[in-house]
Write a protein that binds this ligand. Structure first.
Ligand code: FAD
Ligand code: NAD
Length: 453
């Protein structure tokens, strides 16, 4: 126990509820600062990202990517029968990779002297967390990092549908799949399943996919999905599910029977039975824990980070918020807090779509009319060589006479890897001239960003 906690008659300086991306980052950073830490996690370490999110999703995306490359190879003159994915074997590689992450977390927790409790936690008051077996831990600070879970729409027959967590239990590509929801998960899973051989229909109640993203890039992505054979039902509200023949399911009012219907209709926070009321912690209408810009709740000493709060639901965001919070509490860095502006993000679509900063519409709404857009509309070299129609679209959004870059939007092969460096530049306040003065790397797709007209 640290001297501070001991003096105050507490067991710990910090109790973290939830061992996902945010909770683990908080525990490690606090321990680095010398705090005595307990971490409660009833399930596998790593939470959503490691077990049923980013990591297994990216593994499946990589498998899909390889499959697309094999198809391109045939177009380019590589001879021989196309190999087919043994899904089960790929899953063993995926899960081995994940098991290594678990083991690495366990080693690091032990090395840092963090007390790990395999239990749910529940607040009894702002300083006391009760474990499932009734053991009570008292701490000066509590971090709520309990994340979220998939939300099913409340429509008749919703129980016939699956959610993203079920996708990771698949042992083969379903023959015919319907996906409901046009956000990140709907777009990612439909692209993966199509590339791995499923017939995919995507039902989106709005007029387009990915409402928050640049409209021209989304339109281009929709064209690419259409060419790849994903059937898009835009402006189509699924009002219910019903059994068709055998185990198959169809959307009410539609004829097609699907082997699987997957809901990708958003997520909800894990705030039930957490003792929030007892601790005086407030929640939003959607049930998210209310926090201020410092990740503090209204209850003194109780903080919240990651998907359980109503902020950007991304792993690096949960981690960054956690680290800054711990730097403020345990390392005296009074100004440490996460700047939620200009968070880069990639949708692992086919091809990937990466964005940092504002769309042109957001820039006009926030910064006035002096907004300028620059485009690069091209076929990347591999697709051009194979004479495949997939096209890329890169865009810059600039403001003012000096053409400060406030938005970078990339749809195309490699966008997922290209964006990170340009996100640093945007955060540093570069202008269009700074990009144009940078010598291009040729021949690449990335050079289009510095050559943009
Ligand atoms: C399919 C999918 C793909 C994704 N892909 C990406 C991606 O590519 N990139 C990206 O940045 N983000 C991605 N995300 C989002 C990312 O996974 C989350 O933003 C991130 O995991 C949030 O971290 P967290 O720590 O807030 O919560 P979580 O990772 O969900 O962790 C919360 C933990 O709290 C535990 N818990 C819950 N209740 C209690 C309790 N009462 N007591 C103790 N423990 C409790 C849970 O068991 C869980 O382990 C994806 C999400 C999904 C669903
Ligand atoms: N690559 C990544 O970084 C990545 C990948 C997956 C998830 N995530 C994170 O996880 C979050 C959750 O992902 P998500 O795709 O579940 O949510 P989302 O909020 O991105 O998309 C949900 C979509 O479902 C639609 N929807 C909601 N209710 C509906 C209904 N009843 N019928 C039809 N459509 C409905 C919404 O309009 C929205 O378009 C994302 O917002 C993102 O922050 C990130």
């Amino acid at each position: 126990m640290s001297a501070g906690a001991a003096r105050a008659g507490l067991d710990f300086d910090l109790v973290v509820i939830g061992g996902g991306s945010g909770g683990l980052a908080a525990a490690f950073r606090a321990a680095e600062h010398g705090a005595r830490v307990a971490l409660l996690e009833p399930a596998e370490l790593g939470g959503t990202c490691v077990n049923v999110g980013c990591v297994p999703k990216k593994a499946m995306w990589l498998a899909a990517h390889v499959s697309e490359r094999i198809e391109l190879a045939a177009q380019l003159g590589f001879d021989g029968p196309a190999p087919k994915l043994d899904w089960c074997e790929f899953v063993t590689h995926r899960q081995r990779y994940i098991a290594n992450i678990h083991a690495s977390y366990r080693r690091r927790l032990d090395a840092a002297g963090i007390v790990t409790v395999a239990s749910r936690g529940r607040l009894l008051d702002p300083r006391t967390v009760e474990c499932a077996d009734g053991v009570r831990l008292r701490a000066a600070h509590v971090v709520i990092a309990t994340g979220g879970r998939p939300r099913r729409p409340s429509i008749p027959g919703a129980e016939l549908g699956l959610v993203s967590e079920d996708f990771f239990r698949f042992t083969a590509a379903p023959g015919r799949v319907a996906i409901v929801g046009g956000g990140y998960i709907g777009v990612e899973l439909s692209g993966i399943l199509r590339a791995l051989g499923s017939e995919v229909e995507l039902f989106v109640r709005g007029p387009r996919l990915l409402q928050e993203f640049d409209d021209e890039l989304v339109e281009r992505l929709q064209e690419n999905y259409h060419q790849a054979g994903v059937v898009l039902h835009l402006g189509c509200d699924v009002r219910g599910l019903e059994r068709a023949d055998g185990d198959r399911v169809r959307a009410a009012g539609h004829d097609t029977a699907f082997d699987a219907v997957l809901f990708a209709t958003g997520r909800q926070p894990n705030t039930e039975d957490l003792g929030l009321e007892a601790a005086g912690v407030t929640t939003t209408d959607g049930g998210y824990v209310c926090v201020d810009p410092w990740q503090d709740t209204v209850a003194a000493g109780v903080h919240a980070i990651g998907d359980v709060t109503d902020r950007v639901a991304l792993t690096p965001v949960a981690i960054a918020a956690a680290r800054r919070l711990m730097d403020r509490i345990f390392a005296g860095q009074a100004d440490a807090r996460l700047d939620y502006d200009n968070v880069p993000t990639v949708v692992f679509a086919h091809p990937p779509l990466g964005t940092v900063g504002l769309t042109a519409a957001q820039a006009r709404a926030r910064l006035g009319d002096d907004v300028h857009e620059y485009h690069a509309d091209f076929r990347d070299m591999l697709h051009a060589l194979a004479d495949v129609p997939q096209r890329s679209l890169f865009k810059l959004v600039c403001v003012g006479d000096e053409r400060r870059v406030v938005g970078i939007h990339l749809l195309g092969e490699g966008a997922d890897e290209i964006l990170q460096g340009f996100a640093v530049a945007l955060k540093k306040g570069i202008t269009l001239d700074d990009l144009r003065e940078t010598v291009a790397i040729h021949p690449t797709s990335a050079e289009e960003v510095v050559l943009m007209r």
